[in-house]
Design a protein around this ligand. Structure first.
Ligand code: DSN
Length: 402
């Protein structure tokens, strides 16, 4: 136990002493951490509320029902399954509900910002289903006419929208129109932008999609886990049996309790203000980098892509490692039309969901952009950059107090 406690302390120090710009990360509140670390971890509850395979589930039933009801209220939809252990399992269950094995999915080219479960050869998805892909245009935007043409040609069972590294707004209504024209289901993986959708800061896919999947720990700022939403009662039944008993056993009720708290937190004016802050900070940092001469994307959400190869003559991997020297954590990422492999990449993905939770202001976001630029351009040395980073962090909340 002592060794693990020591390592948790070290991880806490790392989180407190760094600028976390990984776009998929965030800091869950004390309340969420408390229920997620509670005695609820002791309980088996295979099944769904009031339909369990174990006795003693009366309080667990109430907890899971609250999580379901809060998810439905937050996203304004009819059915919610709060049991997926992760976004990947949510996607697996959604595919199973929407089509038989061998069915065809039209999704974004993975290097342009798709997720592994959107048809990567190393994921279950491409083993069980046939994937065809649509690209982004040369400027990195969705081209709905191209998507329509590919859909008309390929006649997929499912068209998939929602991405891991797309910095622009998505028009789910246009996706619905294409689906209706070709007779496909629309599935949306909103994991990255769930917090924006919950607060009306991005168009909601709920009125348009047949199934929406998500994680709960990115911009939604909950515990690590997955979520599936639908307005279709037949699909809701299929989703439930795809999660349990097909893909999963006992639900993690301690995490589901954390999800319930997360959905309540996200349904507040404070959370909307937070998400607006995330968007402002992201834009501010991208604009600062651009004004200094770096090549980065526009942003409508919580992330942007920085082309480090053309801006600084280094790969994404080298830039990620260099920024880690000055306590800034990012992740290497492919950029549209990337010439490097996914192990190296030409870009970095930069997001402001986590640091905004700690209290990052627009002024801080500008300073962070300048430090990134100056350090990658060799305008400042490591000592100076580290001191500047520490100065910014010193004004922020510590992780234990979030
Ligand atoms: N791995 C996540 C991300 O970083 O975007 C997606 O699930």
């Amino acid at each position: 136990m002592q060794d693990i406690k020591l390592l948790i302390q070290k991880e806490l120090d790392r989180q407190n002493n760094g600028i976390e710009l990984i776009a998929s990360e965030n800091y869950a509140s004390k309340d969420i951490r408390e229920v997620t670390g509670s005695i609820l971890t002791n309980k088996y509850a295979e099944g769904y509320p009031h339909r369990r395979y174990y006795g003693g589930c009366e309080f667990i039933d109430e907890i899971e029902q609250i999580a379901i009801d809060e998810a439905k209220k937050l996203f304004k939809c009819e059915f919610a399954n709060v049991q997926p252990h992760s976004g990947s399992q949510a996607n697996a269950a959604a595919y199973r509900a929407l089509m038989p094995n061998g069915g065809k999915v039209l999704s974004l080219v993975l290097n342009d910002g798709g997720h592994l479960t959107h048809g990567s050869p190393v994921s279950f998805s491409s083993n069980l289903y046939t994937f065809v892909h649509y690209p982004l245009d040369k400027n990195g935007y969705l081209d709905y006419e191209v998507i329509r043409e590919i859909a008309l040609r390929e006649k997929p069972n499912v068209i998939l929208s929602g991405y891991s590294a797309y910095p622009h707004a998505i028009d789910f209504k246009k996706f619905r129109e294409i689906c209706d024209e070709v007779g496909a289901y629309l599935m949306v993986d909103m994991a990255h932008i769930a917090g924006l959708i919950a607060t009306g800061e991005h168009m909601s896919p709920i009125p348009y999609a047949d199934i929406v999947t998500s994680t709960t720990h990115k911009t939604l700022r909950g515990p690590r886990g997955g979520l599936i939403l639908t307005n279709n009662p037949d699909l809701a039944k299929k989703i439930n049996s795809a999660i349990f008993p097909y893909y999963q056993g006992g639900p993690l009720e301690h995490v589901i309790a954390g999800k319930a708290v997360c959905f309540k937190e996200a349904n507040t004016p404070e959370f909307k203000k937070y998400i607006q802050g995330v968007k402002e900070n992201t834009k501010q940092c991208a604009e600062t980098l651009k004004s200094l001469g770096a090549l980065c994307t526009e942003t409508d959400n919580h992330l942007f892509l920085l082309n480090v190869l053309d801006s600084f003559g280094i790969t994404g991997l080298e830039a990620q490692n260099k920024l880690e020297e000055i306590f800034i954590t990012t992740n290497k990422n492919m950029i549209p039309n990337d010439t490097k492999s996914p192990k190296e990449t030409s870009g970095l993905r930069i997001g402001f969901a986590a640091v905004t939770t700690r209290g990052c202001t627009k002024e801080d976001a500008s300073k962070i952009g300048k430090i990134i630029f100056d350090y990658l351009k060799h305008n400042i040395d490591k000592d100076f950059a580290q001191k500047e980073v520490k100065k910014i962090i010193s004004k922020w909340k510590s992780i234990e107090n979030i």
